[in-house]
Design a binder for this molecule. Structure first.
Ligand code: NAD
Length: 270
């Protein structure tokens, strides 16, 4: 089985899509470093500087194939330390999955209360989702290039964008721009890392059932509205379905430089 013993680095792995993928890969024999600014179960998205960076605990305490690292994708030191730990323990890095991300839903300028969106809110989303992605990719690529695997296949990098990259609503301008940047970086990075034997692909999910889309401040009405543009099936995606596509991208060596929509045919017309 191809997944067995692969070493996989998952950012945002403490929650939602990243956590579901960590669970799926672990149950298929992979070794996983869960890298997240928050511990599993902690849904507060703001960084906590008082907590030490590094190996804290494994969310799968009985599973010696899983390490948890508390760290920020925007920190070179955090990402390098976590990747080095994986290399020390398991001898190399094969896959990096970028699921860390934040989202805001807000108008750029709201004439009703004469309020332009705070600049730091814009910077937070672009920094985490775009700069953070670049940071992980450059350091993961460096580690993968050391692999010298048979057939020159040294690693796979998988990013998470969103269908907002293609048709975001009027309250998703910043998130859409960040998602679009991830789509746009995919092919050039695949070309850039080709000589290292590293493939790159991006998944653009529609709406999946995670804490991001199922927090308490989202009403049932809104949840129902969100999946209306789906062709079929008319429901939120299950994070396991995301994990399934991640494994397909890992296993199918012809997937490279492309963004794959995973959205039940959802197309917004508004
Ligand atoms: N759930 C969906 O419907 C959906 C749809 C399209 C795209 N996405 C994207 O997929 C990704 C994962 O979404 P999710 O639903 O699992 O969200 P989530 O909020 O459940 O998980 C995101 C994780 O990223 C972590 N994180 C945030 N900032 C970080 C940082 N600076 N460093 C390290 N970790 C950080 C958070 O702590 C959290 O655990 C996000 O980028 C999101 O925008 C989600």
């Amino acid at each position: 089985k191809m997944l067995k013993n692969l070493v996989v680095f998952i950012t945002g792995g403490a929650s939602g899509l990243g956590k579901a993928t960590a669970d799926y890969l672990l149950s298929n024999g992979a070794r996983v470093v869960v890298f997240d600014i928050n511990a599993p179960g902690d849904n507060n998205l703001s960084p906590k500087n008082d907590n030490p960076i590094g190996e804290v605990f494994s969310p799968h305490v009985t599973n010696s194939n899983c390490l948890f690292f508390k760290g920020n994708v925007l920190s070179t030191n955090d990402v390098e330390t976590a990747i080095n730990k994986a290399k020390e323990r398991w001898g190399g890095l094969n896959v990096a999955l970028n699921c860390a991300g934040v989202s805001i839903s807000c108008r750029l300028y709201n004439p009703n209360n004469d309020h332009p969106l705070d600049l730091h809110e814009i910077q937070k989303v672009l920094n985490t989702n775009v700069v953070g992605n670049f940071n992980v990719i450059r350091l993961a690529a460096q580690a993968m290039a050391e692999n010298k695997n048979e057939h020159g296949e040294n690693g796979v990098i998988i990013n998470t964008s969103s269908i907002a990259a293609y048709h975001g609503s009027g309250t998703q301008t910043v998130y859409s721009a960040a998602s679009g940047a991830i789509v746009s970086m995919t092919l050039p990075i695949a070309r850039d890392l080709a000589s290292c034997g590293v493939r790159v692909a991006t998944i653009a999910p529609g709406f999946f059932k995670t804490p991001l889309t199922h927090s308490n401040n989202i009403t049932d009405e809104v949840k129902q509205f969100i999946t209306t543009p789906n062709a079929f099936p008319n429901r939120f995606g299950d994070p396991c379905e995301f994990a399934h596509l991640v494994t397909t991208v890992i296993e199918n060596k012809m997937i490279n430089g492309e963004t794959i929509r995973l959205d039940a045919g959802s197309r917004y017309e508004i």
